[in-house]
Design a protein around this ligand. Sequence first.
Ligand SMILES: [Zn+2]
Length: 231
Amino acid sequence: MLLLKPEPTRRAKEIFQEACCIENMEAKFGRTLSKDEDSVRRFILTQSPILGRIPFIDEIRKEFNKFQKEKVDAILNKLHQVDAIHLDNDKTNIVAAYPFSGSETSHQVYLNRKGFKRVYAMCSIDALGMSFMFNCDVSIESLCIHCGEKIEIEIRDNEIFVLNPKNTVVWYDMEYSCCAATSVCKHTNFFSSEKHYEDWQKGKPIKKGNLLPIQEAFYLGKLFFENRLDN
Ligand SMILES: [Zn+2]
């Protein structure tokens, strides 16, 4: 049986370090947030797989009805500022609460825990990080962004035991702009092979990023998500 562990390479650690310089990872992990800000952050992240979607703002206000509406809105704005979540332009909806997407993406994730529903991940790394975040088994259904071939990944005990196609790789994009949702996430995808990445890249401007074997992408998912809910 195939068993791929997350591979802690120096490159993956450097990618994470660089992301920490650009992004406010401490806030995303809740470490630099106030107690109230962090409790809203946690509610959003823990409710998303139960609902199978990111909670609506009304649902968050209802859960935190001990706070005034203005306070909840200020907290959501703060979470948006540190890019723990991403609000739409008129601030009426949460379109991203990493690793979860508020709309359909090509990365469907099934978390194998009672009461959890199918969710959409923001990108391939976010999909690969969920088993560490919730410490449960996970099935990922995605596709090669070049040819559309279905990609299946099964994770048990934080090891990959099914990988189809077997040469699947991840392009990790590092062209960060204002927030991950509108920049790196959109371009961080699975490819069915290195060749398909190369074919897809042909004729396009060279971008900053790394083509990662699945074990290395899996480790990066671990670095980004394993500590999101335990501080
Ligand atoms: Zn392909």
